[in-house]
Write a protein that binds this ligand. Structure first.
Ligand code: PMP
Length: 284
């Protein structure tokens, strides 16, 4: 089946969808994005993603070409047209096309693109039973990581460094403390306490993070939002990541050394189960 994508108001076969070579997303990475997961043909935490999208746009003084209701309708139509049961919806908005100039163009027309990725087995991912191996790398990204821009070159390089080291992903470290994973938020567990980096400009404000921390507190776990060091990772009982596509995923090794028992932990497994149960119930 040819994938149907959305571009600037039209639903088109993917090979007919076009964007200008002068688009500032292409020339300057002047664009923002969101990834929303689909389970049972429904959107997980759509409202959270729509809210963060608006925040990213506002931070960059970029116009939003669609209302939240229109955005929801487009997401649902793409799920229907592409018959997505489990998968992802990628959304990107850029400042649009203009003659190349560092100065923002006056009254540009934003570009909006959405496409689906079918991922059967997204929720029943076997990696949840085995866990991820990560390496630590220096965090060399820019200083506004709270804005979800399409400048993903360093995270992409980080993933390649991880692969070259025989690992699955990289956790980025700044001033001796973990910021986040290349495309996810990072956590350690010690006893009944979950530690994750506090919100600020140093990390992306994960939509999955917000939900998982809420569920953790409701389950009487202790949550500490603060920077943590690599030594704390090595001394932790468990570690995990969260993202819209991985949900809650155990991390069992850092820089070649096992974390805790070296197997996925109980707290992580419980949070994954609660997250998937609750978010399926609330899906739209
Ligand atoms: N941090 C970074 C750097 C990310 O790229 C992502 C996923 N896009 C996340 C955290 C997780 O955010 P979310 O839970 O909203 O997917």
């Amino acid at each position: 089946m040819t994938r149907t994508v959305y571009v600037n108001g039209d639903y088109l076969p993917e090979d007919q969808a076009k964007v200008s070579i002068f688009d500032r997303g292409f020339l300057f990475a002047d664009g923002v994005y969101e990834v929303t997961s689909v389970l049972d043909g429904k959107l997980i935490d759509f409202a959270g993603h729509a809210k963060r999208l608006q925040r990213s746009l506002d931070e960059l003084q970029m116009a939003n070409p669609v209302t939240e209701e229109e955005l929801l309708a487009i997401h649902r139509e793409l799920v229907r047209l592409n018959d997505i049961d489990e998968g992802l919806i990628y959304l990107q908005i850029t400042r649009g096309a203009a003659d190349r100039d560092f100065v923002f163009p006056k009254d540009p027309v934003p570009t909006i693109v959405l496409f689906t990725q079918s991922k059967p087995g997204l929720a029943e991912n076997p990696t949840a039973k085995t866990g991820l191996k990560v390496i630590s790398i220096e965090d060399l990204r820019w200083g506004r990581r709270d804005i979800k821009t399409v400048q993903l070159l360093y995270p992409s390089m980080g993933k390649m460094m991880a692969k070259a080291a025989g690992a699955d992903d990289a956790w980025m470290v700044e001033d001796g403390h973990v910021t986040e994973g290349t495309s996810n938020n990072a956590y350690i567990v010690k006893g009944n306490t979950i530690v994750t980096r506090n919100l600020g400009t140093e990390i992306l404000h994960g939509i999955t993070r917000a939900a998982v921390l809420r569920f953790a507190r409701e389950a009487q776990m202790v949550v500490e939002e603060r920077p943590f060091s690599l030594d704390e990772v090595q001394a932790a009982d468990e570690a995990f990541i969260t993202s819209a596509s991985a949900f809650v995923m155990p991390v069992v090794e850092m820089d070649g050394a096992p974390i805790g028992s070296g197997a996925p932990g109980k707290v992580t497994a419980r949070l994954r189960e609660i997250y998937l149960d609750e978010m399926r119930k609330a899906a739209v």
